[in-house]
Design a protein around this ligand. Structure first.
Ligand code: FE
Length: 228
């Protein structure tokens, strides 16, 4: 059995936001699907451990921001690798609150949808929420970020709480030593560099300035170890 077969399934990259009263939280998700057309029902899969899960259970609402291809890794890291239990993710970002009270993230978002929960299914570690669309808007034109682009071009990784997380994620080339962030699992691939933060392709890890930090979680260089 080759589980890399699963990598051939296409996904997008989204920010799911929800509220509990006047408190907001949001997280990255790649599992967003339109299920039916009349009425328009969307499904999302959310880990039960995630703070956003609790908020969706509370308000029965969620919004989906569809991310554009040039979304920086640190922006994805803010929503994908940090918990709203310890920091307010809505500080220093562009967002708005819909009439239902549900927030929506606008930065790097091509379009958004809002949905009211109409059903849910227990899937062991995750809950699949079905939502009927209550609002939708296109913010700007552009290319959507696919999950494959995030992994292959941006060098992104998947948190353990994601439905598509795989043990032993591998990516990129093998000819130059890669380094892995011990905090979030981001892998620095010298072939790719970190162009978002001024590190050109073909820069060895050893040659990156010490002021550089993990583009996903913000950890410093000392938190990196050789990737076997
Ligand atoms: Fe990191």
């Amino acid at each position: 059995m080759d589980l890399n077969a699963l990598r051939n399934i296409s996904y997008g990259m989204y920010i799911i936001s929800s509220n509990k009263g006047s408190q907001f939280n949001a997280q990255i998700a790649n599992t967003v699907f339109q299920i039916t057309n009349e009425p328009i029902i969307i499904a999302i899969s959310i880990n039960k451990k995630n703070f956003t899960h609790e908020y969706i259970e509370s308000s029965q609402r969620f919004s989906i921001s569809i991310l554009e291809e040039n979304t920086p890794l640190d922006f994805i890291g803010k929503f994908g690798f940090k918990s709203g239990r310890t920091e307010n993710k809505f500080i220093n970002i562009k967002s708005k609150v819909l009439s239902s009270g549900c927030p929506v993230v606008l930065d790097f978002s091509l379009a958004y949808l809002e949905a009211k929960v109409v059903n849910k299914f227990d899937c062991s570690s995750h809950t699949i929420f079905l939502g009927e669309i209550t609002e939708s808007e296109i913010s700007k034109s552009g290319k959507v970020m696919t999950y494959a682009y995030y992994h292959q071009i941006k060098g992104g990784t998947t948190p353990k709480t994601a439905p598509t997380f795989m043990k032993n994620e591998t990516k990129g080339s093998v000819s130059m030593q890669k380094y892995k962030c011990k905090i979030c699992g981001y892998i620095y691939d010298p072939k790719i560099g970190d162009p978002d933060n001024g590190i050109k392709a073909d820069t060895l890890f050893e040659d990156i300035p010490n002021t550089w930090v993990c583009p996903v979680c913000g950890a410093d260089k000392s938190q990196f170890e050789k990737e076997e």
